[in-house]
Design a protein. Structure first.
Length: 341
């Protein structure tokens, strides 16, 4: 039985005639005593119930497609209530007129608004049932998403910090190393400082679902500094980030993974410098792109090939806007949606 009622279609098959029967019983005036008149009254009630149920259901389902996001719930419900009330009024008069054309009077003159009010009661019940079921299903879905996101974050932490040392030991070791570096060796001091910033960000952000774009970019700059020490002028990085975008949110380490992918899979040399561009487009996406100059198989660094998929999975849980990957012979780019703060 529970499997039967788990289908919305089956609920309608049972609910429409049941509500029609209850409505007929509630408004039964005792004048129709023979089976023929009772049958006609039931058919009239069934026509009203079916039309109102299906019409209001179409409004509800249509508005869910137009306003699918949780932050649009208030607007969707407001339009839904207005739409269902207007439809119920119009449908009541229209159905009454249709029955009048075939010679059957549904209600006497002056009683139409009483009939409208009577039809609004089952309409409110139907809307409440659909919205209650929808709210519960969304709650269950969000609960599952939260659990999945927690697992994805753990996997991301494992990939980024697979060989992670104890943080206190790590930073104590860095402080000791800093003390051993000659004061006039500013390059080494700067490198160690940026390395400390990278590990500090990784450790602090690993428990967060999102961070501000400003925080992520600051971390990426430190990560790029470490790599420019290795590649020098062979690595060119260009940033074009509007000030108003910096407060928006991204998944932590997402931009770093994209930069790392570009460095890992492309030749970087004096003859073939790699150019990375980090921008925000007019659609509210962070775009990380680079020129394509793939390494051959022997040059390829070891890769788990899970970085991009990890980003896609995490963003699928954070926002309905998808991560987009575009590749041509000359250019590889990934678009990541910014999340409202």
């Amino acid at each position: 039985m529970k499997y039967f009622f788990s289908s919305e279609r089956n609920v309608r098959l049972v609910g429409v005639p049941l509500v029609a029967l209850i409505s007929m019983a509630v408004y039964y005036d005792g004048q129709a005593n023979d089976l023929t008149n009772i049958s006609i009254r039931f058919l009239v009630s069934l026509a009203f119930t079916f039309s109102l149920w299906e019409g209001n259901r179409a409004i509800i389902m249509g508005l869910r497609r137009v306003y699918p996001h949780s932050e649009q719930t208030a607007r969707r419900l407001f339009i839904e209530v207005i739409g269902c009330v207007v439809f119920t009024v119009v449908a009541t008069f229209a159905i009454d007129a249709l029955f009048g054309l075939v010679g059957h009077t549904v209600c006497e003159t002056g009683e139409h608004w009483f009939m409208v009010f009577s039809n609004l009661i089952p309409t409110a019940i139907v809307v409440s049932i659909y919205e209650g079921a929808y709210f519960f299903s969304e709650w269950v879905k969000n609960l599952k998403q939260a659990e999945t996101l927690a697992k994805e974050n753990i996997r991301s932490q494992f990939e980024v910090l697979k060989s992670q040392l104890d943080p206190h030991f790590l930073f104590n070791s860095m402080n000791t190393l800093a003390a051993l570096i000659e004061p006039d060796n500013t390059d080494a001091q700067k490198y160690l400082e940026q390395l400390s910033d990278v590990y500090r960000y990784v450790l602090l952000s690993r428990q967060k679902e999102t961070v501000s774009l400003a925080e992520e970019l600051e971390f990426v700059q430190s990560y790029i500094f470490l790599n420019k020490t290795r590649y020098r002028n062979n690595l060119i990085v260009e940033n074009d980030i509007p000030e108003e975008s910096l407060k928006r949110q991204v998944a932590p380490l997402s931009l770093q993974i994209l930069v790392e992918n570009a460095l890992k899979h492309n030749v970087i040399s004096k003859d073939k410098p790699l150019t990375l561009r980090i921008t925000v487009d007019r659609y509210g996406y962070v775009v990380v792109e680079n020129n394509v100059q793939k390494k051959n198989i022997l040059e390829m660094e070891k890769s788990t090939k899970t970085g991009l998929q990890n980003i896609i999975n995490r963003y699928a849980l954070l926002t309905p806007s998808p991560v987009e990957i575009n590749q041509s012979a000359e250019l590889f780019s990934v678009r990541i949606p910014l999340i409202a703060s």
